[in-house]
Each structure stands twice: as C-alpha cells, then as structure tokens.
Ligand binder design. Structure first.
Ligand code: AMP
Length: 284
C-alpha cells in the first residue's frame, strides 16, 4: 500500500496505468467494519482501490468535536493494508485548504433539513471536500455508507449537478450484534449510554415493521419512534423523520421510497441512524 499526502505523487500512481479502474473510499479514519465493508465492495468491482483519511475541519462547526475526534492512524494503516487498499491519501490541512482558499461547493435544498437543521454548515464542508477528493483521485467508482443517508443523497445530487464522471456506490449500514450502527463516534459513549444506544435501531425497526403491517400515517410512525427512544432516560432526541428518500421532505402518507431516520444525543455524543424503505402504492 502506497501512503502519501502529496497530490502530485497520488496522481502519478493513479494514472500509471490508464487501463485500470479505480474505486475510492473517503473516510475520516478511526476505522471499523463499516469502513472496511466499503473497501471490500470497492475491491470487488475495481482493479485498484484508493482510500483517504482526512478529518475535514470544514464539516465541523466550532461547537463540534473536531479537536477530540478519535484518531489512530497506525491502526488504520494496518487495517487498510490488510484489506488490500492500493493507495492511501492522508493529506494535511494545507494540502486541502491552501492559503487563500475560498471556493466551496454547496447543494441547496437537500442539505437543509434533518442533519442540516442542527448542523447548517456541515454539508457544505462535506461536498467541498468530496468534490476535491473526486478531482484529486478521479475514481471510476466512489463508495459511501447508507449509515449517512442524507450525505449520500446530497453527494448523489452533487455528482449529477456538477457532471462528475464516476459512479456512486452506496453500501448497507454495518451494525454491532445488538443493532447499533457502527460509528467512530461510538467510542465516546459511556458504558450506560452504549447499553442504551441500540434503541435507535430498535425504534426505527419497529416503525418499519408497522409499515410492513400496513401503517401509512407518517405522524403516527414518528410518534411511535419518538416514544420508544424517549423511554430511554439517557436519550435526548434531536429529530425523528419519515421523509421522501430523494427530496428528504417529511411524508404525511407513506408511499414510494422513504427514509426513516433519527438523531439522538446521549450526553454530548450525537448518534444518527436510518432505515430506507420501499413502499408500494398498492394497499399494504
Ligand atoms: P466517516 O469516517 O465517518 O466519515 O465515514 C466514512 C464512510 O464510511 C462514509 O461513507 C460513511 O457513510 C461510511 N460508514 C460509516 N459508518 C458505517 C457503517 N456502520 N456501515 C457502513 N458504512 C459506514
């Protein structure tokens, strides 16, 4: 595995043989099985796999956890080497944001609800850095996790709107045995909060099961999820959403492609989770 923070060196490796296809897995490091599932999917479909580790300051608000975001580069290198990554990009802040930097990419409407309502500058940071990574690597395919559902919707929009010549591949959420979605931020949870945290997936799953049984009232389903999560004394709900999967607008009546999602604080740690649902318009 070649590890570099140098964009010129990276491009030389990437373009050494133009006949080879490349998959790219962008990350912020402190890797877990969720990240490695993206690498495995990329290995399956491409001749070569590139990954990046960059804790992107632009996607953190000043009040957020940039300084304390968990990091363990040596462990990450080993995991990516073992997973068969060919080229790892680990840039410093100045390579990504050179002096005088003033160009950003933002996706208007779908960046605003859900995560955007609590984190209004977050997606501009994500789209700017991912656009840069796409330009730096020029991958044939780029791999992202369903875990960050709104991020995938925003990035898909960006790829279409800005004509990026690559295919977006979205991989399913990898979970712990008790259902908790794997996340680098799970490392922040106290023992009590870790025990309580699987309630997110339990509550979303209960609502998904109710939809399977024919429930079509968005408000009822939102109330069901809210009640289940609020029953956990350590939880503080940020949002519970049942929205159209493409527009992310809240749905009154359940039909078509939907996203059930939630964000919940356990102390200072904010966890997100979601379940995508496809509901045929025929009576359930
Ligand atoms: P992050 O390092 O948190 O920025 O995540 C890097 C990529 O891994 C993003 O595309 C995430 O959506 C994806 N990812 C994070 N957690 C999971 C998970 N539990 N299952 C699948 N993909 C994940």
């Amino acid at each position: 595995m070649i590890i570099t923070g140098d964009i010129t060196e990276l491009r030389a490796v990437r373009w050494a043989d133009r006949s080879l296809s490349w998959g790219l897995v962008p990350t912020m490091g402190f890797l877990h099985q969720g990240h490695l599932s993206l690498v495995a999917a990329a290995k399956d479909a491409n001749d070569r796999v590139g990954a990046s580790i960059f804790v992107n300051p632009m996607q953190f608000a000043p009040t957020e956890d940039l300084a304390t975001y968990p990091r363990d580069l040596d462990r990450d290198f080993q995991l990516l080497r073992d997973a068969g990554v060919d080229l790892l990009f680990v840039p410093d802040n100045e390579s990504i944001y050179p002096p005088g930097f003033q160009t950003t990419v933002s996706v208007a409407d779908i960046s605003r609800p859900l995560e955007g309502s609590t984190r209004p500058t977050h997606f501009q940071g994500v789209t700017t850095v991912v656009a840069k990574l796409f330009n730096i690597f020029q991958p044939d395919r780029a791999y992202f996790g369903q875990k960050d559902a709104q991020q995938t919707a925003v990035l898909r929009r960006m790829v279409v709107d800005l004509n990026f010549n690559l295919r977006m591949v979205i991989c399913p959420t990898v979970r712990e045995k008790d259902g908790l979605a794997m996340s680098s931020r799970n490392a922040y949870l106290s023992a009590e909060a870790r025990e309580a945290a699987p309630v997110l997936y339990r509550a979303l799953s209960a609502a998904a099961a109710a939809v399977e049984l024919g429930e079509r009232d968005g408000d009822k389903l939102r109330r069901m999820i809210t009640k289940l999560i609020a029953a956990q004394p350590l939880s503080q709900i940020d949002y519970v959403s049942i929205a159209d999967a493409l527009t992310l607008q809240e749905a009154d009546q359940i039909a078509g492609e939907l996203l059930l999602s939630t964000a919940v604080y356990f102390g200072k740690t904010r966890l997100i989770d979601n379940i995508p649902l496809s509901v045929s318009s025929a009576a359930g």
